[in-house]
Design a protein around this ligand. Structure first.
Ligand code: BYC
Length: 310
Protein backbone atom coordinates (compact mmCIF):
# COMPACT_ATOMS: atom_id res chain seq x y z
CA UNK A 1 0.00 0.00 0.00
CA UNK A 2 1.16 3.53 -0.79
CA UNK A 3 2.43 5.62 2.07
CA UNK A 4 2.24 9.12 0.66
CA UNK A 5 4.51 11.67 2.24
CA UNK A 6 3.11 14.75 3.95
CA UNK A 7 3.81 16.86 0.86
CA UNK A 8 1.90 14.48 -1.40
CA UNK A 9 -1.05 14.37 0.97
CA UNK A 10 -1.02 18.15 1.27
CA UNK A 11 -0.98 18.52 -2.51
CA UNK A 12 -3.95 16.11 -2.82
CA UNK A 13 -5.79 17.97 -0.07
CA UNK A 14 -5.23 21.33 -1.75
CA UNK A 15 -6.28 19.94 -5.13
CA UNK A 16 -9.56 18.77 -3.60
CA UNK A 17 -10.16 22.24 -2.18
CA UNK A 18 -9.31 23.86 -5.52
CA UNK A 19 -11.88 21.54 -7.17
CA UNK A 20 -14.50 22.85 -4.72
CA UNK A 21 -14.82 19.55 -2.84
CA UNK A 22 -15.79 19.63 0.82
CA UNK A 23 -13.38 18.21 3.37
CA UNK A 24 -15.25 15.85 5.72
CA UNK A 25 -14.41 14.79 9.32
CA UNK A 26 -12.70 11.46 8.53
CA UNK A 27 -10.62 12.88 5.67
CA UNK A 28 -6.92 13.60 5.90
CA UNK A 29 -6.23 17.25 6.71
CA UNK A 30 -3.15 19.19 7.81
CA UNK A 31 -2.93 19.74 11.53
CA UNK A 32 -2.94 23.49 11.04
CA UNK A 33 -6.23 23.26 9.08
CA UNK A 34 -7.81 21.32 11.95
CA UNK A 35 -6.49 23.82 14.52
CA UNK A 36 -7.68 26.84 12.55
CA UNK A 37 -11.16 25.36 12.25
CA UNK A 38 -11.37 24.46 15.94
CA UNK A 39 -10.27 28.01 16.81
CA UNK A 40 -12.76 29.68 14.50
CA UNK A 41 -15.76 27.41 14.97
CA UNK A 42 -15.46 27.33 18.77
CA UNK A 43 -15.14 31.14 18.89
CA UNK A 44 -18.14 31.36 16.62
CA UNK A 45 -20.17 29.01 18.85
CA UNK A 46 -19.16 31.02 21.92
CA UNK A 47 -20.26 34.21 20.17
CA UNK A 48 -23.71 32.80 19.51
CA UNK A 49 -24.15 31.78 23.13
CA UNK A 50 -22.72 34.96 24.71
CA UNK A 51 -24.63 36.90 22.03
CA UNK A 52 -27.91 35.80 23.61
CA UNK A 53 -27.21 37.99 26.65
CA UNK A 54 -27.41 41.60 25.35
CA UNK A 55 -30.80 41.08 23.70
CA UNK A 56 -32.02 38.56 26.27
CA UNK A 57 -31.90 41.39 28.82
CA UNK A 58 -34.85 43.02 27.00
CA UNK A 59 -37.21 40.03 26.74
CA UNK A 60 -39.10 41.02 29.90
CA UNK A 61 -39.27 44.65 28.77
CA UNK A 62 -40.46 44.21 25.17
CA UNK A 63 -43.09 46.89 24.40
CA UNK A 64 -45.80 44.46 23.22
CA UNK A 65 -46.57 40.77 22.79
CA UNK A 66 -45.60 40.62 19.11
CA UNK A 67 -42.18 42.16 19.77
CA UNK A 68 -41.67 39.84 22.73
CA UNK A 69 -42.46 36.74 20.64
CA UNK A 70 -40.10 37.83 17.87
CA UNK A 71 -37.30 38.55 20.35
CA UNK A 72 -37.82 35.25 22.19
CA UNK A 73 -37.63 33.36 18.89
CA UNK A 74 -34.48 35.22 17.88
CA UNK A 75 -32.64 34.62 21.15
CA UNK A 76 -33.66 30.96 21.06
CA UNK A 77 -32.30 30.74 17.50
CA UNK A 78 -28.90 31.94 18.76
CA UNK A 79 -28.82 29.05 21.26
CA UNK A 80 -29.56 26.69 18.37
CA UNK A 81 -26.71 28.21 16.35
CA UNK A 82 -24.38 27.57 19.28
CA UNK A 83 -25.53 23.92 19.28
CA UNK A 84 -24.84 23.37 15.56
CA UNK A 85 -21.46 25.02 15.86
CA UNK A 86 -20.26 23.18 18.96
CA UNK A 87 -21.28 19.97 17.15
CA UNK A 88 -19.38 21.02 14.02
CA UNK A 89 -16.27 21.70 16.13
CA UNK A 90 -16.62 18.32 17.89
CA UNK A 91 -16.18 16.58 14.52
CA UNK A 92 -12.59 17.88 14.62
CA UNK A 93 -11.68 16.07 17.84
CA UNK A 94 -12.39 18.57 20.61
CA UNK A 95 -15.11 18.03 23.19
CA UNK A 96 -17.86 20.46 24.07
CA UNK A 97 -16.69 20.43 27.71
CA UNK A 98 -13.23 21.58 26.66
CA UNK A 99 -14.69 24.43 24.63
CA UNK A 100 -17.11 25.53 27.36
CA UNK A 101 -14.36 25.36 30.02
CA UNK A 102 -12.12 27.54 27.86
CA UNK A 103 -14.92 30.09 27.51
CA UNK A 104 -15.82 30.13 31.20
CA UNK A 105 -12.19 30.37 32.28
CA UNK A 106 -11.67 33.36 29.97
CA UNK A 107 -9.19 31.49 27.71
CA UNK A 108 -11.43 31.49 24.62
CA UNK A 109 -12.53 34.40 22.50
CA UNK A 110 -16.00 35.41 21.35
CA UNK A 111 -17.15 38.32 19.17
CA UNK A 112 -16.07 41.64 20.69
CA UNK A 113 -19.43 43.24 19.86
CA UNK A 114 -21.19 41.42 22.69
CA UNK A 115 -19.12 43.23 25.30
CA UNK A 116 -21.21 46.38 24.88
CA UNK A 117 -24.39 47.11 26.86
CA UNK A 118 -27.95 47.31 25.51
CA UNK A 119 -29.12 50.59 27.04
CA UNK A 120 -32.47 51.02 25.28
CA UNK A 121 -35.17 49.01 23.51
CA UNK A 122 -33.99 50.14 20.06
CA UNK A 123 -30.62 48.50 20.77
CA UNK A 124 -32.43 45.23 20.03
CA UNK A 125 -33.32 46.69 16.62
CA UNK A 126 -29.80 47.97 15.96
CA UNK A 127 -28.30 44.60 16.89
CA UNK A 128 -30.65 42.91 14.42
CA UNK A 129 -29.91 45.24 11.54
CA UNK A 130 -26.24 46.03 12.13
CA UNK A 131 -24.81 43.10 14.10
CA UNK A 132 -26.79 40.30 12.45
CA UNK A 133 -26.34 42.16 9.16
CA UNK A 134 -22.55 42.09 9.61
CA UNK A 135 -22.70 38.46 10.70
CA UNK A 136 -24.64 37.46 7.57
CA UNK A 137 -22.04 38.99 5.28
CA UNK A 138 -19.33 37.00 6.97
CA UNK A 139 -21.40 33.82 7.27
CA UNK A 140 -22.61 33.82 3.67
CA UNK A 141 -18.93 33.52 2.80
CA UNK A 142 -18.43 30.77 5.41
CA UNK A 143 -21.38 28.80 3.95
CA UNK A 144 -19.03 28.18 1.00
CA UNK A 145 -16.04 27.23 3.15
CA UNK A 146 -14.08 24.06 2.47
CA UNK A 147 -15.03 22.17 5.67
CA UNK A 148 -18.33 20.31 5.16
CA UNK A 149 -19.82 20.41 8.69
CA UNK A 150 -19.07 24.14 9.11
CA UNK A 151 -20.40 25.09 5.68
CA UNK A 152 -23.63 23.10 6.19
CA UNK A 153 -24.19 24.64 9.63
CA UNK A 154 -23.74 28.05 8.02
CA UNK A 155 -26.38 27.45 5.36
CA UNK A 156 -29.00 26.86 8.02
CA UNK A 157 -27.75 29.62 10.30
CA UNK A 158 -27.77 32.18 7.46
CA UNK A 159 -31.42 31.44 6.72
CA UNK A 160 -32.29 32.26 10.33
CA UNK A 161 -29.98 35.28 10.45
CA UNK A 162 -31.89 36.69 7.46
CA UNK A 163 -35.00 36.83 9.65
CA UNK A 164 -32.96 38.37 12.49
CA UNK A 165 -31.66 41.13 10.28
CA UNK A 166 -35.08 41.89 8.79
CA UNK A 167 -36.84 42.16 12.15
CA UNK A 168 -34.19 44.65 13.31
CA UNK A 169 -34.34 46.65 10.09
CA UNK A 170 -38.15 46.72 10.22
CA UNK A 171 -38.03 48.15 13.74
CA UNK A 172 -35.54 50.87 12.82
CA UNK A 173 -37.64 51.79 9.75
CA UNK A 174 -40.79 52.11 11.86
CA UNK A 175 -39.14 54.10 14.64
CA UNK A 176 -37.48 56.42 12.10
CA UNK A 177 -40.99 57.25 10.83
CA UNK A 178 -42.56 57.47 14.28
CA UNK A 179 -42.62 60.18 16.94
CA UNK A 180 -39.54 62.41 17.45
CA UNK A 181 -38.77 60.38 20.60
CA UNK A 182 -38.87 57.10 18.65
CA UNK A 183 -36.66 58.53 15.91
CA UNK A 184 -34.18 59.72 18.53
CA UNK A 185 -34.24 56.29 20.21
CA UNK A 186 -33.39 54.65 16.87
CA UNK A 187 -30.59 57.14 16.16
CA UNK A 188 -29.03 56.67 19.59
CA UNK A 189 -29.05 52.90 19.13
CA UNK A 190 -27.34 53.18 15.74
CA UNK A 191 -24.78 55.53 17.29
CA UNK A 192 -24.02 52.96 20.00
CA UNK A 193 -23.74 49.89 17.75
CA UNK A 194 -22.11 51.37 14.64
CA UNK A 195 -18.46 51.10 15.68
CA UNK A 196 -18.76 47.76 17.50
CA UNK A 197 -20.48 46.34 14.37
CA UNK A 198 -17.62 47.52 12.13
CA UNK A 199 -15.12 45.92 14.51
CA UNK A 200 -16.88 42.54 14.14
CA UNK A 201 -15.08 41.97 10.84
CA UNK A 202 -11.74 41.83 12.65
CA UNK A 203 -8.52 43.81 12.22
CA UNK A 204 -7.33 45.27 8.93
CA UNK A 205 -5.99 42.63 6.55
CA UNK A 206 -2.46 43.87 7.19
CA UNK A 207 -2.92 43.09 10.93
CA UNK A 208 -4.76 39.79 10.46
CA UNK A 209 -2.29 36.94 11.04
CA UNK A 210 -4.82 34.18 10.29
CA UNK A 211 -6.23 35.41 6.98
CA UNK A 212 -3.49 34.11 4.61
CA UNK A 213 -3.74 30.52 5.87
CA UNK A 214 -7.55 30.62 6.03
CA UNK A 215 -7.70 31.89 2.43
CA UNK A 216 -5.17 29.33 1.23
CA UNK A 217 -7.38 26.50 2.50
CA UNK A 218 -10.73 27.92 1.47
CA UNK A 219 -11.97 28.54 5.00
CA UNK A 220 -12.29 32.24 4.27
CA UNK A 221 -12.72 33.31 0.67
CA UNK A 222 -12.89 37.06 1.38
CA UNK A 223 -10.80 39.19 3.69
CA UNK A 224 -11.86 41.18 6.77
CA UNK A 225 -11.54 44.51 4.94
CA UNK A 226 -13.41 43.32 1.83
CA UNK A 227 -16.39 42.22 3.91
CA UNK A 228 -16.33 45.38 6.05
CA UNK A 229 -16.39 47.50 2.87
CA UNK A 230 -19.38 45.58 1.52
CA UNK A 231 -21.15 46.23 4.83
CA UNK A 232 -20.43 49.97 4.66
CA UNK A 233 -21.61 50.19 1.05
CA UNK A 234 -24.91 48.56 1.92
CA UNK A 235 -25.60 50.07 5.34
CA UNK A 236 -24.64 53.73 4.98
CA UNK A 237 -27.14 54.51 2.18
CA UNK A 238 -29.76 52.34 3.93
CA UNK A 239 -29.47 54.32 7.17
CA UNK A 240 -29.33 57.69 5.43
CA UNK A 241 -32.45 56.90 3.37
CA UNK A 242 -34.39 56.83 6.64
CA UNK A 243 -33.25 60.34 7.60
CA UNK A 244 -30.87 58.83 10.15
CA UNK A 245 -27.07 59.07 10.15
CA UNK A 246 -23.99 57.09 11.06
CA UNK A 247 -21.85 58.50 13.91
CA UNK A 248 -18.92 59.35 11.67
CA UNK A 249 -18.61 62.95 10.41
CA UNK A 250 -16.01 61.86 7.88
CA UNK A 251 -18.27 59.32 6.16
CA UNK A 252 -18.56 60.12 2.45
CA UNK A 253 -19.07 58.45 -0.90
CA UNK A 254 -15.81 58.25 -2.82
CA UNK A 255 -16.62 58.73 -6.51
CA UNK A 256 -13.24 57.40 -7.61
CA UNK A 257 -13.62 54.01 -5.95
CA UNK A 258 -17.40 53.79 -5.76
CA UNK A 259 -17.20 53.05 -2.02
CA UNK A 260 -18.30 54.68 1.23
CA UNK A 261 -15.30 55.75 3.29
CA UNK A 262 -15.17 57.01 6.87
CA UNK A 263 -12.69 57.57 9.61
CA UNK A 264 -10.38 54.93 11.05
CA UNK A 265 -11.78 52.50 13.62
CA UNK A 266 -10.44 52.94 17.15
CA UNK A 267 -8.21 49.86 17.08
CA UNK A 268 -6.94 50.44 20.62
CA UNK A 269 -10.50 50.00 21.82
CA UNK A 270 -10.92 46.86 19.66
CA UNK A 271 -7.83 45.16 21.11
CA UNK A 272 -8.73 46.25 24.67
CA UNK A 273 -12.18 44.69 24.37
CA UNK A 274 -10.78 41.47 22.88
CA UNK A 275 -8.30 41.21 25.73
CA UNK A 276 -11.14 41.32 28.27
CA UNK A 277 -11.35 45.01 29.14
CA UNK A 278 -14.61 46.03 27.44
CA UNK A 279 -17.60 47.59 29.20
CA UNK A 280 -19.38 44.25 29.68
CA UNK A 281 -16.71 41.49 29.49
CA UNK A 282 -16.81 40.65 33.21
CA UNK A 283 -20.60 40.74 33.33
CA UNK A 284 -20.98 38.51 30.25
CA UNK A 285 -18.65 35.85 31.62
CA UNK A 286 -20.27 36.02 35.06
CA UNK A 287 -23.69 35.44 33.45
CA UNK A 288 -22.40 32.45 31.46
CA UNK A 289 -20.75 30.94 34.57
CA UNK A 290 -23.96 31.31 36.55
CA UNK A 291 -26.00 29.70 33.75
CA UNK A 292 -23.49 26.84 33.64
CA UNK A 293 -23.74 26.27 37.40
CA UNK A 294 -27.54 26.56 37.40
CA UNK A 295 -27.71 23.95 34.63
CA UNK A 296 -25.35 21.49 36.32
CA UNK A 297 -28.14 19.34 37.82
CA UNK A 298 -29.73 18.99 34.36
CA UNK A 299 -26.47 17.79 32.82
CA UNK A 300 -25.89 15.38 35.71
CA UNK A 301 -29.44 14.02 35.51
CA UNK A 302 -29.18 13.55 31.74
CA UNK A 303 -25.82 11.75 32.09
CA UNK A 304 -27.19 9.50 34.88
CA UNK A 305 -30.24 8.67 32.76
CA UNK A 306 -28.08 7.84 29.73
CA UNK A 307 -25.88 5.59 31.89
CA UNK A 308 -28.88 3.84 33.48
CA UNK A 309 -30.34 3.15 30.03
CA UNK A 310 -27.00 1.61 28.99
N1 BYC B 1 -14.05 39.69 18.15
O1 BYC B 1 -6.30 37.08 12.24
P1 BYC B 1 -7.65 37.64 12.50
C1 BYC B 1 -23.86 36.46 15.74
C2 BYC B 1 -9.39 37.94 16.91
S1 BYC B 1 -22.39 35.80 16.31
C3 BYC B 1 -13.19 38.94 18.89
O2 BYC B 1 -8.24 38.56 11.50
P2 BYC B 1 -9.55 35.64 11.70
C4 BYC B 1 -24.90 36.84 16.67
C5 BYC B 1 -9.15 36.64 16.13
O3 BYC B 1 -9.89 35.58 16.67
C6 BYC B 1 -21.43 35.60 14.85
N2 BYC B 1 -11.99 38.51 18.43
O4 BYC B 1 -8.68 36.42 12.76
C7 BYC B 1 -25.06 36.15 17.83
C8 BYC B 1 -7.65 36.49 16.27
O5 BYC B 1 -7.32 35.98 17.55
P3 BYC B 1 -6.80 34.43 17.74
C9 BYC B 1 -19.99 35.78 15.10
C10 BYC B 1 -11.66 38.86 17.16
O6 BYC B 1 -10.03 34.41 12.34
C11 BYC B 1 -26.02 36.57 18.74
C12 BYC B 1 -7.15 37.92 16.26
O7 BYC B 1 -8.25 38.73 16.63
N3 BYC B 1 -19.31 35.46 13.88
O8 BYC B 1 -24.00 36.61 14.57
O9 BYC B 1 -8.82 35.56 10.41
C13 BYC B 1 -26.80 37.70 18.49
C14 BYC B 1 -6.63 38.34 14.89
O10 BYC B 1 -7.70 38.36 13.92
C15 BYC B 1 -12.51 39.63 16.34
C16 BYC B 1 -18.20 34.67 13.84
O11 BYC B 1 -17.71 34.24 14.84
C17 BYC B 1 -13.75 40.04 16.88
N4 BYC B 1 -14.61 40.79 16.18
O12 BYC B 1 -10.81 36.62 11.43
C18 BYC B 1 -26.64 38.38 17.30
C19 BYC B 1 -17.67 34.36 12.47
N5 BYC B 1 -11.90 39.81 15.15
O13 BYC B 1 -8.01 33.54 17.54
C20 BYC B 1 -25.68 37.95 16.37
C21 BYC B 1 -16.52 33.37 12.45
C22 BYC B 1 -10.72 39.19 15.22
O14 BYC B 1 -5.75 34.18 16.70
N6 BYC B 1 -15.22 34.00 12.60
N7 BYC B 1 -10.57 38.63 16.43
O15 BYC B 1 -6.31 34.40 19.17
C23 BYC B 1 -14.62 34.68 11.60
O16 BYC B 1 -15.14 34.84 10.51
C24 BYC B 1 -13.22 35.17 11.85
O17 BYC B 1 -12.67 34.44 12.92
C25 BYC B 1 -13.12 36.69 12.14
C26 BYC B 1 -11.66 37.03 12.48
C27 BYC B 1 -13.53 37.48 10.92
C28 BYC B 1 -13.99 37.09 13.35
Amino acid sequence: MDDPTYDTRLAEFETRIARGEKIEPGDWMPDAYRKQLIRMISQHANSEVVGMLPEGAWITRAPNLRRKMVLLAKVQDEAGHGQYLYHAAETLGISRDEMIDALLEGRAKYASVFNYPTLGWADVAAIGWLVDGAAIMNQTMLAHCSYGPYSRAMVRICAEEGFHKKQGQEMIIRYSQGTPAQKQMAQEAIDRWWWPALMMFGPHDSDSPNTPQLMRWGIKTRTNDELRQEFLDELVPGIQALGLSVPDPEMHYDEATGHWVGREIDWDEFWRVIKGDGPMNASRLAARRKAHEDGRWVREAAAAYAQAMG
